[in-house]
Ligand binder design. Structure first.
Ligand SMILES: Nc1ncnc2c1ncn2[C@@H]1O[C@H](COP(=O)(O)OP(=O)(O)O)[C@@H](O)[C@H]1O
Ligand SMILES: [Mg+2]
Length: 317
């Protein structure tokens, strides 16, 4: 198959990667995507994870939109054209993931997970349709080497969520290595994506009391990045199990849950018989929704700054 030479359409492709599971990759992709779409952006979300967890966040787990990744797997494997599921939210389309991707991963990885075919597998699907979107977000699996390579091969930008523990920081190092591979900076590996760059690192699962831990994590990450400073987002996502659970149970995003929480009857209305009791949507959802809003704003700010810097460089060069 031919290599993707025209990457101009892929400038707004952001892969959310960390080889470690449970660092809110999927939650971030769903909520950032949902917020951008609710603000009028055209968004495509790609679920590259055989676990297909985005189905829970968006609420299509049990309906016929959920093909468990069959269409995406087929396109990855055969290089054929694929259509995402339209309007999962107004302005937001999704390439649905799931079980079927595991087979595709094995298929595209048969020549080794770093081959140019693997690196181009997703880029080839996205290039013809990327022009329809303002932003494309890729949710990456924790394992599945070849799917992660396909994501890195398609992305212009990488966003890495980490918890403040050592394991998720090691995940960050693994991501940096993967970026070097697709850039072609590793001897013996032909890289197809020289422009891939780190957009930033988001600290997740924070508690307000852990400021020292946060400061340390910040220092370590900024010290490890290739452009010395400000790799770490100022905005963080706080820990709230109640919010996370309530959102996935209902198949709604956190800012949508916020509306549910705001509109749910007050306990005294239920007591007076003026309203029926509904299942509980936690009040904490408002603060978590604020966190996602802040991360999304910072992400767009970074994107615009980096694009302006790149344009400036192009003029000077
Ligand atoms: N703000 C939060 N606080 C606590 N747990 C959360 C929060 N957001 C998401 N979670 C939960 O953490 C788990 C891992 O999140 P997920 O986005 O699936 O991570 P990943 O995609 O990196 O494996 C899920 O059970 C999710 O519901
Ligand atoms: Mg996930």
């Amino acid at each position: 198959m031919t290599t993707i030479t025209d990457r101009s359409a892929l400038q707004r492709v952001i892969a959310v990667i960390n080889g470690k599971g449970g660092v809110f990759k999927t939650t971030l992709v769903a909520n950032i995507g949902g917020l951008l779409a609710s603000n009028g952006q055209r968004v495509l979300v790609v679920d590259l994870d055989p676990q297909g967890n985005l189905a829970e966040d968006f609420g299509y787990r049990d309906d016929d939109r959920n093909d468990e990744g069959a269409r995406l797997a087929n396109a990855l494997f055969s290089g054929s054209h694929a259509e995402p599921v339209r309007e999962v939210r107004p302005g937001l389309d999704v390439f649905v993931g799931g079980d079927k991707l595991a087979g595709a991963a094995a298929g595209i990885g048969r020549n080794g997970s770093t081959s140019t075919d693997v690196q181009d597998a997703l880029a080839r699907i996205l290039a013809p349709i990327a022009g329809d979107y303002d932003v494309i977000l890729i949710d990456c699996p924790p394992g599945e080497e070849s799917l992660q390579m396909a994501a890195a091969g398609a992305a212009r930008w990488v966003l890495v969520p980490i918890k403040s523990d050592a394991a998720s920081r090691r995940g960050l190092e693994a991501v940096a290595g993967r970026m070097e591979l697709v850039r072609g900076q590793v001897a013996g590996v032909a890289g197809t994506n020289p422009d891939i760059d780190l957009l930033g690192v988001v600290l997740v699962d924070t508690t307000t009391s852990a400021t020292t831990v946060q400061r340390e994590a910040r220092l370590r990450v900024d010290g490890a990045g290739d452009s010395a400073t400000n790799m770490m987002f100022t905005a963080t996502i706080r820990h709230s199990e109640a919010t996370a659970q309530a959102a996935r149970e209902r198949g709604v995003l956190v800012h949508e849950l916020e509306k549910v929480a705001a509109e749910q009857p007050k306990w005294f209305e239920v007591m007076k018989g003026e309203a029926a009791a509904t299942s509980f949507a936690p009040r904490s959802s408002t603060s978590v929704a604020d966190d996602f809003q802040a991360v999304t704003e910072e992400l767009i700010g970074r994107l615009i700054d980096r694009e302006a810097a790149a344009a400036q460089q192009a003029v000077t060069a």
